[in-house]
Design a protein around this ligand. Structure first.
Ligand code: PAF
Length: 280
């Protein structure tokens, strides 16, 4: 497994792989890898024969009062995990390597980026779309795999790929969960064991919403209220939003069309912000 930091070194390695007839798979990450990321890599390996993981804590997707500076950076452990999970190359640029000085170009996916997380994290999806566009240009992968836990991010990236004709196939991978049902996230590291237990109210709320839909409920307001009631049973959780949305447009719906809609949740637990969702 190679580790490269600069775009010229990345391009040289990729040119060699291409010349050897390999197809390129790509898993973009911010590091602090867990089993969820490794599942994305395993999926990429089913699709492509040379697989790249990027590790880059992207400054432009964090707001001024967010956790950019304390975001866990665990490069050595990440390198070992990538190696054992069969990555061929890690691309780990520094912000100074990756963002040219005076960079002034942004990718803004309008509409999709403004609700849900976008409402509470202004500029977040502009930072995500911009860095993912830059990464796509750098890696030129045939296929890229993203986790469904970040449902709005996935919708933003799919739209960007469609609108800007990026020649990459996007694959969504189901959310990987801790044994107690909480969605895996690098930010779970911020949680003490008892908080990780408190966070189980989130998958419980998602399960309740699924149960209602399976029982024939289609009124989004009722499904949302039932999910919120589950969340508020855990007083330590402070819900930021609970929304029933169309998975493609991220727009709130009033009636659920099974298979097309999702329930999306964001909560604070202490200083940690957790998100999760389920297809309904
Ligand atoms: O999902 C993430 O880890 C990040 O948002 C991504 C896609 C790597 C862009 O920085």
């Amino acid at each position: 497994m190679q580790v490269v930091q600069t775009i010229p070194a990345l391009r040289a390695a990729l040119a060699q792989a291409r010349a050897a007839g390999r197809t390129i798979g790509f898993v973009p990450t911010m590091g602090c890898l867990h089993a969820g990321h490794l599942a994305l890599l395993t999926r990429a390996r089913q699709e492509a024969t040379f697989n790249v993981v990027s590790i880059f804590v992207n400054p432009t997707q964090f707001g001024p009062n967010e956790d950019f500076s304390r975001y866990p950076r665990t490069f050595e452990a990440d390198r070992t995990a990538c190696e054992s999970a069969g990555a061929d190359l890690i691309f780990a640029p520094t912000p100074a390597d990756f963002y040219p000085q005076g960079a002034a170009t942004w990718v803004d996916v309008e509409g999709l980026s403004t609700g849900l997380c976008g409402e509470f994290r202004p500029g977040h999806f502009r930072g995500v779309a911009t860095v993912v566009a830059m990464l796509f240009n750098a890696v030129q992968a045939d296929v890229a795999v993203f986790g469904q836990k970040d449902l709005q991010q996935l919708a933003v990236i799919r739209r960007m790929v469609r609108d800007l004709h990026f020649p990459v196939r996007i694959i969504a991978h189901e959310t990987i969960r801790e044994s107690n049902g909480v969605a895996m996230s690098s930010r779970n590291r911020y949680l003490a064991a008892e908080d990780l237990q408190r966070a189980t109210a989130i998958p419980a709320a998602l399960a309740e919403a699924r149960r209602l839909v399976a029982a024939g409920e289609t009124e989004a307001a009722r499904i949302r209220d039932a999910a919120l009631a589950c969340l508020t049973k855990e007083p330590a959780l402070r819900p930021q939003y609970v929304a029933v949305v169309d998975q493609e447009t991220m727009a709130p719906v009033t009636q659920v069309t099974p298979g097309r809609c999702a329930l999306a949740i964001a909560c604070h637990l202490g200083n940690t912000r957790l998100i999760d969702n389920t297809v309904l």
